[in-house]
Write a protein of this length. Structure first.
Length: 355
């Protein structure tokens, strides 16, 4: 398929849904992508099975504090340096591949693909917003590309080779601060065959589909909105006004909860960088790795964890995670206990009769 300027709005909205409260605001990335497509034309989106098994491909994501994007120019030097290092000595990549299909990281590879005249693979390695470089589908089979690269806005790069006892997150996260709190990230070697075996296929077109549905929902009657959500396998699990927000410090960052006053019940949402659990009167309704999305009740615009505040009228939606995250190994990596909660994974569809 051809990704055109008409696809930017639904893609950005779908990326906000997939961000599940994280991933940052993609407003600036939308503007850059629009300018690139206006100048250079559509970006080709290709399924992973159309990429030759031995063809090099280039991963791409931004790593760091999302709000820094509003203060830092993300341009060609940063993106080019990462991509060139990822396929050095192998020629041009056959395709660019998003690392994370959530927030601005769903759009950045499309920007780079448009600038370089390359296709973008219909896949990624998370299928949702995640806070850590370790929470990717590479770890489902306990593998990871051997070499990691970070590049700053001036095109200066750092290459790190992982070694026993160190994770990519522990090695790279401190370096991001050195590079100005925002860096382009890639990892290699990676080829078309790796995508077929390790990537989550179809996530880019799924993101676009979700965005198109969420664009149509505002103004619909409740029954019609629920039918549209059902097309995505999604369910409305709560709605109400935010009456309390509590934050507690932890070694790995703040742990936050908000309480909704909703239809004679108290609904609680627990989160860190993304939304993690939803419970009603103490009974868990939905957990990670499924996508928990909090939207403004009127506009249906997804809210980030920073934007969710007292007095807001919101609706809470649950969408199923990619099937590979719902396996035993997937839940071990991105389930509730991976984020420090004393709870097992609860498939939200199992709770539908009680909603």
């Amino acid at each position: 398929m051809q990704f055109t300027r008409d696809d930017i709005a639904p893609m950005a909205l779908g990326a906000a849904v997939f961000g599940a409260g994280g991933g940052g605001d993609s407003y600036l990335a939308e503007g850059v992508l629009d300018a690139v497509l206006r100048e250079r034309g559509p970006v080709e989106i290709i399924p992973v099975d159309q990429i030759a098994r031995d063809a090099p491909v280039a991963l791409l994501a931004l790593v760091g504090a999302p709000h820094i994007v509003s203060e830092t120019l993300v341009g060609r030097p940063m993106l080019d340096a990462a991509i060139e290092r990822s396929t050095a000595g192998q020629g041009a990549p056959a395709a660019l591949v998003p690392v994370e299909m959530g927030g601005m990281n769903a759009l950045v590879p499309l920007i780079a693909a448009g600038q370089l005249g390359l296709p973008c693979a219909d896949a990624d390695f998370t299928g949702r917003g995640v806070p850590s470089l370790e929470m990717t589908s590479f770890l489902l089979d306990r593998s990871y590309p051997e070499v990691q690269v970070l590049a700053d806005t001036l095109g200066r790069s750092i290459q790190v080779q992982a070694s026993a006892g160190f994770t990519a997150e522990r090695l790279l996260r401190p370096l991001v601060d050195v590079l100005g709190s925002l860096a382009a990230y890639t990892a290699f070697p990676l080829h078309g065959g790796d995508l077929r075996e390790r990537a989550l296929g179809g996530t880019l077109t799924r993101c676009l589909e979700v965005g198109r549905v969420f664009l149509r929902v505002p103004g619909c009657e409740t029954g019609e909105a629920d039918r549209m959500l059902a097309e995505l396998g999604a369910v409305r699990i709560a709605a109400g006004s935010v009456i309390e927000r509590l934050s507690r410090p932890y070694a790995d960052g703040a742990r936050v909860s908000v309480t909704l006053d909703s239809a004679e019940h108290l609904t609680r949402i627990d989160f860190g960088n993304e939304f993690h659990l939803v419970s009603r009167d103490g009974e868990i309704l939905a957990t990670v790795p499924d996508l928990i999305v909090v939207v403004d009740a009127e506009s249906w615009i997804p809210l980030t964890v920073e934007q969710l505040g007292l007095g807001q009228q919101v609706t809470v939606i649950a969408l199923p995670a990619h099937p590979r995250w719902r396996t035993e190994r997937g839940i071990e990596i991105v389930g509730p206990r991976a984020f420090g909660y004393a709870s097992d994974f609860v498939p939200f569809e199992s709770m539908q009769a009680r909603l």
